[in-house]
Write a protein that binds this ligand. Structure first.
Ligand code: PMV
Length: 323
């Protein structure tokens, strides 16, 4: 009987964003999305079977908050209720990047947990199904199961599919963590706010579907400029939908806007890089691999930047140890 499993997954950053859920209970996205997994943003999760007591979770060595605990137990209950696993577990998860700073830790976190849990199951669970399961924990985690450049379509119970493996992607990203973050509203709450109260929500859904098709076509041609243009416009449209919500949902801080303006200026000066922004104030740059060094040099010198991490594309979520 397996007692302990360690799994690794990479966080991903979307080039076409998932923002909004289809009404129902299975955490099904209302928009299709495309993302790149990042080798430098890694979660390692150890799952150990326990004989008695209740599930327990540690994140970077500390007990998780009540809210996160409930979400994780709910996820384990999904596995148990479907007779995929039984018993209780102690889970220790470590991120090698700042947790809770809006750096996509739920994507790698739920992907690593999902892959680790699958080793405890008597059923053989394929990658497709694992991606579906991970999606129930966090929509973006479905894409971290697959890694590389992956697409999560819409549908009744969608799974992510691989577009290009990490090794085939000639680009990378620079993740810029900024100072002076405004209070973070979680993506679940933020999406629901937009669905109910943003006058632009329907337009956003229509536009996201168009951007998804444009992005697929640009990726087939590995057309970097087009990929960057669509990614940037898509992120701005998602934030416009948030801004218009009543009450307004504004994740940006002054530093976010400074970086946007700098990126536009850098392009004029000849450094071709494009930005995207998740549900937070941090900014992520998409660059050709040969430009990563220059992009991180410039990003690190900007005012109000806390950290800048450069990354090449990462692979799929994997089990790295079994005992
Ligand atoms: O997977 P969630 O529930 O954390 O939502 C992800 C939302 C965004 O990061 C803003 C977009 C995305 O597609 O990753």
């Amino acid at each position: 009987m397996i007692e302990k499993v360690t799994a690794r997954a990479f966080a991903n950053i979307a080039l076409v964003k998932y923002w909004g859920k289809q009404p129902g209970f299975n955490n099904v996205p209302a928009t299709p999305s495309i993302s790149l997994a990042l080798k430098s943003l890694k979660t390692i999760t150890e799952v150990e079977r326990i004989r008695s007591g209740k599930d327990s979770f540690f994140l970077n060595g500390s007990i998780v908050s009540k809210v996160i605990y409930r979400r994780l137990v709910e996820y384990l209950d999904f596995w148990r209720n479907n007779k995929l696993i039984d018993g209780k577990f102690i889970i220790r998860s470590h991120n090698n990047f700042p947790t809770g700073a809006g750096l996509a830790s739920s994507s790698s976190g739920f992907a690593a947990l999902t892959v680790a849990l699958s080793a405890f199951s008597r059923r053989k669970i394929g990658k497709h199904q694992l991606s579906r399961f991970a999606r129930r924990g966090s929509g973006s985690a479905a894409r971290s199961i697959v890694g590389g450049l992956s697409a999560l379509p819409i549908g009744a119970d969608p799974a992510a599919r691989l577009l290009l493996s990490g090794d085939e992607v000639p680009w990378g990203m620079v993740v810029i963590e900024v100072e002076g973050r405004t209070k973070k509203i979680g993506s679940r709450e933020g999406m629901e706010l937009c669905r109910r109260y943003s006058p632009y929500y329907r337009q956003w859904i229509t536009l996201a579907n168009k951007d998804y098709r444009k992005m697929l076509s640009a990726l087939r041609r590995l057309d970097f400029s087009r990929v960057g243009e669509v990614a940037e416009a898509n992120a701005l449209a998602m934030h416009a939908c948030m801004f218009a919500s009543r009450p307004a949902l504004v994740y940006w801080s002054p530093a976010t806007i400074e970086i946007i303006n700098s990126v536009w200026q850098w392009r004029v000066d000849g450094l071709e890089t494009y930005f995207t922004i998740d549900a937070g104030s941090n900014v992520v740059l998409l660059c050709k691999q040969e430009d990563l060094k220059e992009a991180i040099r410039r990003a690190s010198r900007l005012k109000n930047v806390r950290s800048a991490i450069k990354s090449l594309p990462g692979g799929p979520a994997e089990i790295i140890e079994l005992s």
